[in-house]
Structures are given as C-alpha cells and as structure tokens.
Design a binder for this molecule. Sequence first.
Ligand code: ZN
Length: 426
Amino acid sequence: MGGAVLQQMRMIDLMQELFPICRSITGNGLRQTFEIIKKIIPITIYEVPSGTKVFDWTIPREWNVREAFVEDMSGKRVIDFAENNLHLLGYSVPVDAVFSLETLQNHLYSLPDQPTAIPYITSYYSERWGFCLEHARRQALTAGEYRVRIDSDLSEGSLTYADLVIPGETEEEIFFSTYVCHPSMANDELSGPVVATFLAQKIMALPRRKYTYRFVFAPETIGALTYLSRHLGHLRAHTKAGFNLSCIGDDRAWSYVASPRADSYADKIMANALRFVEGPVHAYSFLERASDERQYCAPGVDLPLVTVCRSRFGMYPEYHTSLDNFDLVSEKALNESLSLLLDCCRAIEENCRPRACVIGEPQLGKRGLYATLSQVGSSNPSAILVDILAYADGTRDVFDLSTLLNLPTATIVQHLNILRREKLVE
Ligand code: ZN
C-alpha cells in the first residue's frame, strides 16, 4: 500500500470525497464509489445483470441520471438535482413535460415538521417520478406552470457490489457488511463504508491473523440478497461472527440490533464491548431490525450477526434527510467506532478458554507477581490475576471473563499472557 499518504488520510476526508456521488441500488454512482474505496483497500468489484433471480427477488434495471430539474416559465430552476442529489426521488423514470403546480404537487415530497430538510425517498420497484425538497421551498412555489425534466435511464444493466477477503491461518471467518446505496448522507450511510474501509486496512496490517476476514460492500437488501445467493453455503459453514455496520459516525449513543436468538458469538462480543463505552447503550431485539440483518439473520441463512450503530437508523431526527450531513458526524466518533471494532477483532483473535494448571490458588509471591504490601482499596494487578485464575476452569472464554470481572478484553488478554508465561494457565 502507498504507506504514508494513506496513513494520513482521515475517515472524514474519504467521506467528503464520497458524499456528492449519487448512489443508488444500481448505477454508475456505485462504481465510482468502489473505485475510490479501491484506492485504499484491494476490493474486488462484481457486476450482476438486471433480471437475475436472487431468491424471491429479481435484480432491477440499472438507473442512471444525467440531469433533473424543475424550472418556472422564466427558465429559473426552482429544484435542481445538480444542487443536491437528494432532490430527485431515487429511480425516477424520465420525464420532459410542462405541468401545472397543482399536478406537480402530486410528485413533490417534503417534511412539514422539518421545513429545512430535503427528505430521502426512493421507488425502486414501482415506476414513478418525483422531487424531494425543503417544505419551506415548496411553500414558496407560486401558482402557474413548471417544466419538469428528468434525463434518466432505467435500462438493462447490472447491480454492482464489492468484497474483500483477507486470508488468515484458518478458513473460519469474521464477516463485516455495510451498504452503499444512499446518495448524499453522512451517518446513514457513509459512516458504514468509511469505517469498514479503514478497519479492513487495519486488519490487513495485523502481523498475524488466525481468522479470515470478509468485508462486503453492497446495496442494501437487494445487494445483501445477491451476495447471499452466491455465497450462502460458504458463509453458513465458515462465519464465526458477523457485524453489519450502519450509522456509526455520530457521537450520541451506541446501539446494536441483536440476532434473532440474541445468543450468537457476535451478540456476546458486542454486548461485552459496549459495556465499556461511555454514555448510554441501547440493545435492540431483532424485532427492531431494519438493515441488512434482515437478510443475514433470516431463517435458512442464520448467520451469527449483529448490526452495530451509534444512533440507530430511524431513531435520530436527521435520518434520511439532507440534515444527515457533516454537522452530525465527526472524525472523533468515526475513530471511536473504528477502535471499538478493531478491539473486538483483537479480542476474537486472542480468545481462548483458559484452564488453571494448579490446584488451589498458586503462590504468586514466589513468582514475583504478588504486590507484597497489601493496602486496602489499592488497585492491585495481582488481584486481576487471582480473579482470572478463580474462574479459569476451561469453560469460560475471554469475553466471559471480561464480563465477569468488568474489565475490558484487552486487560484480560494482557493478564492471561502473564499467567501463560508463568505456566499457571493452559
Ligand atoms: Zn437508510
């Protein structure tokens, strides 16, 4: 990799670069997005033709837009896709005609409660056209006629997705998925692809990997289904834990959506990791599913997967509007998300079920591990060693010990290394 320059790139810079691109579930915006990500990590890009059956769905025609606007009879553009790609309803069919304001109103979408926000609306599977705009702007439209021009293509093409498989010593996989079908919005969705890209870069740089890591970047729903239709058997056989990344760029709260039975390895890992973050944490059941966990955890798929978010999709006021922008996300929050996920990977790599090798408590003093001056209330590192040994019966793993002792997995691993060195655990 091109070393120094890439190291200096911040996640927010990548987000800035991807932000203006008009992404959808198909089209050139996806390809452009992948070409930019490919400059950072060596993803493979795939094209699946329109009309291909994926389970109960069919890959739709490909959508591309050259221009789209509404202008008044003086030629002044009152709504323009060039100004913000959220202005055009996703998958709008081509139009070139003059309409009265009254007729045009049937094709306009705004949010009376958020008059300065442009809503994000799509119509992938039923043909229509429309414009989304700030309610204030809509109210300022005067009676009369308007020319509507949408120069779009809805034609046979393909759906584009990408993946990256980073091999480890075993075929067992840690799976990360994120979606790439939303136009200009920062938290939902660019935080997911951006953190996934940087996480993959960090995983590639690990000196040693026990597990294989798979990163999937695909349009939501149809892309996840397409990916599953091609890899279902392999993913079911090899996925040890999976994480769907969505809305992880704001700094409000942490949340995750559990797997249907809430007892997978991924559930355990995420519940543990979020014990140690600052601020409130929301654990949602699978009843609150809304992202690609719907596909990855469906019956017959059953991947051990959770969706990880800061403010969960649908639960923050800027969600799916033009207000989901750079005021909402920060490099600091993106970095916190990246660190948490990287720490999870490190803990997964180091995970084991230690068993104490001596009967009864070992004498730590003769090994130089005991703080001989015991003071009440002092935080004693030997206490951690003793606590780990007290529970090291070969059934509990690093995450169990972390939860029991209320110490981060990194601390547990650090102390286990001491115990291993002294041959006190195996
Ligand atoms: Zn969304």
